[in-house]
Design a protein around this ligand. Structure first.
Ligand SMILES: [Zn+2]
Length: 377
């Protein structure tokens, strides 16, 4: 064996650490390259052939390696090409909602292997999380996948979290998740567990798929207003890392009182709660018969105008396209979008600032998988 292959910072006498690092290097290399020969692995990592052969044999015994023989080589027996088994390094995303939780299992290339929604009302106790873990394990079993060979399980909560420290740091909703314990979950699942925020995961998905150069603002409008800024495919945290701040910027100076105590917050005008406050109906009920009710038509037009100011301000600050998600996005008709677009376009001078984000749960759960894969690379 060479002096520890590419990992020269390990003391040369610590052979098990060197071996573990070499295994990891082979693992990463195969993850990034679909099909390499023993010789190619040896050359790329500056490892001896016997070292590579030993690692590959071990991986094969662990059931995480597949190989195939290349066809049509001019002379001699074609060498075997090795690749990671699609059953290994799978990613699991778990989206916790009030009345149910969703899970999505994808292979190492991000292809969906399993998805399900479990109706399990959220409860802040240990039994709830035990049940979640048990249902994740059963889902993995049904696909004949092993959690211990997975990259990990990414838990998505709608409260503010610190994804590096795996902590809930939400001042408002933190209490609601006081029973969430990442270490206990890791013990129950036998796999690494990660923690991310719902809105940030949705934004990450947009940033890594549709948004040009990974730049966009994800504007989530439901009973709360959240916005996440993606710059170059990375989450850009502004406002002292505080989510939900956008809802409480002043939209109408000296306007009506917000539930936070201030006056004229965006939350008090643009959240979907305003329909309940003013008409006693949720947004679906409000919109159903709005064409027959003049007051509703006026109110809706005002709502769209104020929303256009919020969107225009976001665009003017960041100069990035704004993607609208959340409950509101489900109810905006083509006509509404056109009106909103015209208003935003007039205010910003740019015709390319407003898009619909699509289903936020779908975005968040696929984003959760992308975050796992991104961190693994
Ligand atoms: Zn407020």
């Amino acid at each position: 064996m060479g002096a520890g292959g590419p990992f020269k910072n390990i003391p040369p006498n610590d052979s098990s650490a060197i071996r573990a690092q070499n295994c990891k290097a082979v693992d990463r290399l195969l993850y990034e390259n679909n099909g390499l020969t023993k010789n190619e692995i040896s050359q790329r990592l500056s490892l001896s052939m016997p070292t590579v052969a030993g690692i590959l044999q071990e991986m094969e015994e662990d059931g995480i390696l597949e190989y195939y023989q290349e066809k049509d080589v001019a002379t001699g027996r074609p060498p075997l090409k090795y690749l990671l088994s699609s059953k290994t390094h799978v990613c699991v995303a778990v989206l916790i909602r009030d009345d149910y939780f969703k899970t999505l299992i994808c292979d190492v290339h991000g292809r969906s292997l399993f998805s399900a929604s479990f109706s399990l009302p959220y409860e802040n106790n240990g039994d709830y999380w035990e049940e979640v873990c048990s249902l994740i394990s059963k889902s993995m079993d049904s696909c004949e996948l092993e959690l211990k060979k997975s990259i990990g399980v990414n838990v998505i909560l709608s409260c503010q979290v610190d994804p590096i420290e795996h902590l809930i740091i939400d001042r408002q909703h933190g209490e609601k998740f006081s029973y969430f314990n990442i270490n206990q979950m890791e013990t129950m699942l036998g796999a690494p567990v990660y923690l991310n925020n719902f809105y940030e995961s949705a934004a990450f998905e947009l940033g890594s798929t549709v948004a040009p150069q990974g730049n966009c603002i994800y504007l989530h409008i439901s009973d709360v207003i959240q916005s996440v800024c993606m710059a170059g495919g990375r989450i850009f945290r502004t406002w002292e890392n505080e989510l939900g701040t956008l809802g409480h910027i002043t939209l109408v100076p000296l306007g009506k009182k917000c539930r936070c105590g201030k006056f004229g917050c965006a939350q008090a005008y643009c959240s979907t709660d305003v329909f309940k406050e003013v008409f006693g109906e949720d947004i679906a009920g409000f919109l159903e018969d709005r064409s027959n009710t003049p007051q509703k038509q006026v109110f809706w037009h005002e709502y769209i105008s104020l929303l256009s100011i919020l969107i225009s301000n976001q665009y003017n600050i960041f100069k990035m396209p704004v993607y609208i998600g959340g409950e509101l996005a489900k109810y905006l008709s083509g006509e509404d979008i056109e009106l909103l677009n015209t208003m935003v376009c007039n205010a910003t001078g740019s015709p390319y600032c407003l898009y619909l984000a699509g289903d936020s749960e779908e975005l968040a759960i696929y984003g959760a998988i992308k975050i796992l894969l991104h961190n693994f690379k």
